[in-house]
Design a protein around this ligand. Structure first.
Ligand SMILES: C[S@@+](CC[C@H](N)C(=O)[O-])C[C@H]1O[C@@H](n2cnc3c(N)ncnc32)[C@H](O)[C@@H]1O
Length: 320
């Protein structure tokens, strides 16, 4: 039976339970449902999931806990929603490497904290700001299993590929024939190359150590271009403005799909680029797909975690 039929059957079963036993029965469901849900999620895991987890564990071993390299220059945004990231109370927690379960384990071991003490020695504590520079496993699976169409024969580009998380996801969860990651930081490029070599992903994944500004002439070769908050923490606003203007000029093949976190509108908000967004891109409404995937991944249509809802899909419009 499918899930709709199962829901009907469950409702019928509940209506058949003696009134004096209903509360006890529902109480039993309530206290057992989380374990049953976790068990079902575990059972649905496939080889691709296990492989991505293995890669994740390996990269975690290779990086410091804040998952940054000394070769990087990470900036605090001066405008927009992330401009409140006070460097003293902001921690870099890579969402690909550390999911909630791993973070809980590290907090229990005293290796990580979710809070800081506002007045040393007192119980007056505040939550630290967590900033991620990677997509989470859920976001990656959402992109390639639910958001995008079949990518057989298509080319995917991840701008700023960092640990390579999105690239491995594209390899494992899609049929894309060409998957390219362009990354500014050499240490991260070396890390990605090691993983690609070790897991024999070389037939479809290529890593390019380059500023995207030096790769503009190739952008129209791709069918899908992914931009996960690439520039905000890594470039001054003036450089961000230039790079977005260059993307606007060079991503102009009609039908190219753009996946962005956050929305392009939000990224451009404080940059005064004069890009006419409505002439460049059409946003694809993925609300229903998002709700359905949330149901599968979180067991709720609208979870507190807005990981999936933060992903935007666009189609490049013909230039007039
Ligand atoms: C937020 S991370 C995105 C990571 C990855 N795409 C993901 O979703 O997991 C942004 C990455 O873009 C890189 N980057 C920033 N500006 C860049 C540029 N102009 N060209 C290439 N890479 C850039 C940074 O070094 C950083 O590793």
């Amino acid at each position: 039976m499918d899930s709709t039929e199962a829901i009907q059957e469950l409702k019928k079963l509940i209506s058949d339970v003696k009134p004096c036993a209903v509360t006890e029965f529902l109480g039993w469901i309530r206290s057992n449902i989380d374990d049953m849900y976790e068990e079902a999620v575990d059972k649905s895991r496939q080889n691709c999931d296990i492989m991505l987890d293995t890669i994740r564990d390996e990269i975690r071993e290779r990086l410091p806990i804040n998952a940054t390299f000394p070769t990087e220059r990470i900036l605090t945004p001066v405008a927009g929603p992330n401009s409140d990231c006070d460097p003293t109370t902001t921690v870099h927690v890579d969402a690909f490497l550390f999911d909630d379960n791993v973070i809980d384990g590290l907090c229990d071991d005293g290796k990580m904290s979710r809070n800081y003490c506002r007045q040393c020695g007192s119980k007056e504590i505040s939550p630290l700001t967590f900033i991620t520079h990677s997509a989470s496993v859920r976001q990656i699976k959402y992109m390639f299993q639910y958001l995008l169409p079949n990518l057989h024969g298509k080319a995917v580009l991840d701008v700023g590929s960092r640990t390579g998380a999105v690239l491995y996801g594209a390899y494992l969860f899609s049929d894309a024939s060409k998957i390219v990651g362009v990354e500014l930081d050499k240490s991260f490029c070396d890390l990605q190359k090691k993983i690609v070599e070790k897991y024999e992903f070389k037939d479809r994944i290529k890593i390019v150590h380059q500023n995207i500004m030096n790769y503009l002439q190739y952008l129209n070769r791709f069918d899908v271009i992914i931009l996960n908050n690439v520039f905000e923490f890594f470039m001054e606003m003036k450089a961000q403005k230039q790079v977005w203007q260059s993307l606007y000029q060079n991503i102009n093949k009609p039908g190219t799909m753009l996946i962005t976190i956050p929305s392009v509108k939000e990224s451009l908000q404080n940059l005064q680029t004069n890009i006419n967004l409505s002439k460049w891109l059409k946003e694809v409404d993925m609300c229903e797909v998002c709700k359905k995937t949330n149901m599968l991944m979180y067991g709720q249509e609208d979870p507190d975690d807005k990981d999936l809802a933060s992903i935007h899909l666009y189609e490049v419009l013909p230039r007039t």
